[in-house]
Design a protein around this ligand. Structure first.
Ligand code: IMP
Length: 185
């Protein structure tokens, strides 16, 4: 186990107080990147006392599990108004940095007054794109983590604590690849 829920909540509370101080009078909008950040974002929102709003966006990568900037697809409702607003991007974990780098290139097109980044976890050892993360919960070594919103093959997000899993755990718990059959007429 890397972090127990109580420790996570303490850290999230501290992030909330920092954001309270930095954004006083600016009514920021938390832009939550689904799915992994949903639990962190809920807890962060509850610990921020200044008025703020919450919106959601999705980042998906086409094809396989390999994230690369030219396979990323950013989905955000056009009705979400960022123009002139102070946006804080909420991520679960920054790993290679490719996702955040991509979002930070796309979002200025929506003309926010300011754009900051906040991640529960930072895994700097695997960084490919250097990105500025203004608010970080924990910095972790190069390991695969699950729980508290973070998944392995869509499962395990509901675990209250954050766990690092090793190669043999991954092998044991990996779902068999989906077999797709095509019907011919
Ligand atoms: P990136 O490599 O920084 O682009 O990270 C992309 C996304 O991969 C993150 O937002 C997470 O959703 C996911 N991810 C990266 N590392 C882990 C991990 O250790 N556990 C679960 N998800 C991860």
């Amino acid at each position: 186990m890397l972090f127990k829920r109580a420790e996570i909540l303490k850290t999230v509370g501290a992030l909330g107080r920092t954001i309270d101080r930095d954004y006083k009078g600016r009514n920021p909008v938390l832009l939550v990147i689904l799915k992994g950040a949903h639990i962190f974002a809920a807890e962060l929102s509850l610990s921020i006392e200044i008025p703020h709003e919450t919106e959601f966006a999705t980042l998906s990568s086409y094809g396989d599990n390999v994230v690369s900037s030219n396979t990323l697809h950013f989905l955000m409702d056009n009705n979400i108004e960022l123009h002139g607003r102070h946006a804080i991007l909420i991520e679960d974990i920054v790993d290679t940095g490719l996702s955040l780098d991509y979002i930070l290139k796309v979002l200025p097109g929506r003309n926010p007054a300011s754009l900051a980044t906040c991640a529960l976890l930072n895994k700097p050892e695997r960084r490919i794109e250097s990105v500025e993360i203004r608010y970080v919960g924990f910095t972790i070594p190069n390991c695969y983590v699950i729980g508290h919103g973070m998944d392995f093959q869509q499962g395990w997000r509901h675990l209250p604590d954050i766990w690092a899993v090793n190669a043999s755990w991954i092998k044991r718990n990996a779902k068999p690849p989906e077999v797709i059959t095509y019907k011919t007429q």
